[in-house]
Design a protein around this ligand. Structure first.
Ligand code: SAM
Length: 237
């Protein structure tokens, strides 16, 4: 019998990203968005993170928990290749993989402590709200960063689209500003990544899309020049 072990969450991640569609496809693509990593018992002891404040960035190892039930596939069609070409699962960052483990580098801002809680304030994550974190490690620049590395089909960050707001969306943003400061910047940064499947890009696309941020549904469509946000609504019950 081969090696097997049991893994449990050491923390859960809180992010504004409430559904998979629309989450940046790698960390750092939307770098200002804050999230929180809340350690769970018995790891929620300040001693477990003693010294971590000396690092600016962290590796989060996590579980693609929303996709676990669907298992893994030997080959996948990376969105970057328009869904036309297959690559081996180990040649991609597919979320459908054996063991369902993801890894992301994020920026560490602060460590909050109190009332039995230890919470890491981070930014730049590409994680769904509620993602189980299975390990946390400091990012070590001298060995983790390899400037001359070759990035295969992902050598550069994807191009960004221009994002505009309809008159209605601008009015809604003004009303929502107190409760969600910087919401316009967040929506713009998320949609500029163009969450649509790659085969839709550069073609007429009449579809109305929706992404979920905080407890809001953002409805939008793409046009030749970019993306227009139509309306912003609280989640429908
Ligand atoms: N940086 C990580 C890596 O390379 O292992 C993740 C890359 S993966 C392509 C990023 C995507 O995973 C996000 O855009 C989102 O759609 C999806 N995702 C994030 N958290 C998830 C979760 N908890 N369960 C399933 N899918 C998730």
């Amino acid at each position: 019998m081969g090696f097997s072990t049991q893994i449990e969450a050491v923390a859960y991640c809180r992010t504004p990203y409430k559904q998979k569609f629309g989450i940046p496809r790698q960390p750092g693509l939307v770098d200002f968005v804050r999230g929180f990593v809340e350690l769970t018992a018995p790891y929620n002891h300040i001693d477990a993170v003693r010294g971590l404040e000396q690092y600016s960035h962290l590796w989060l190892l996590f579980c693609f928990h929303e996709n676990l039930a669907q298992g893994w596939k030997t080959t996948v069609r990376p969105p970057r290749l328009g869904g036309n070409e297959k690559l081996g699962v180990f040649a991609t960052r597919s979320t459908f993989r054996p063991n369902g483990i993801g890894q992301s580098v994020v920026k560490l801002h602060r460590i909050h402590q109190g009332k039995g809680k230890v919470i890491l304030e981070i930014s730049g994550m590409d994680l769904l709200d509620g993602t189980p974190i299975i390990d946390i490690k400091p990012y070590i620049p001298f060995s983790d960063a390899i400037p001359e590395a070759i990035g295969g089909i992902a050598q550069q960050a994807p191009e960004q689209l221009e994002v505009n707001f309809s008159h209605l969306a601008v009015e809604q943003l003004i009303r929502l500003d107190k409760r969600y400061p910087g919401l316009d910047k967040l929506i713009q940064a998320v949609l500029a990544q163009d969450p649509r499947p790659a085969y839709k890009k550069g073609k007429p696309d009449p579809k109305r899309y929706q992404v979920a941020l905080y407890d809001l549904d953002i409805f939008w469509h793409a046009h030749e020049q970019g993306i227009e946000v139509e309306t912003i609504q609280p989640f429908c019950a």
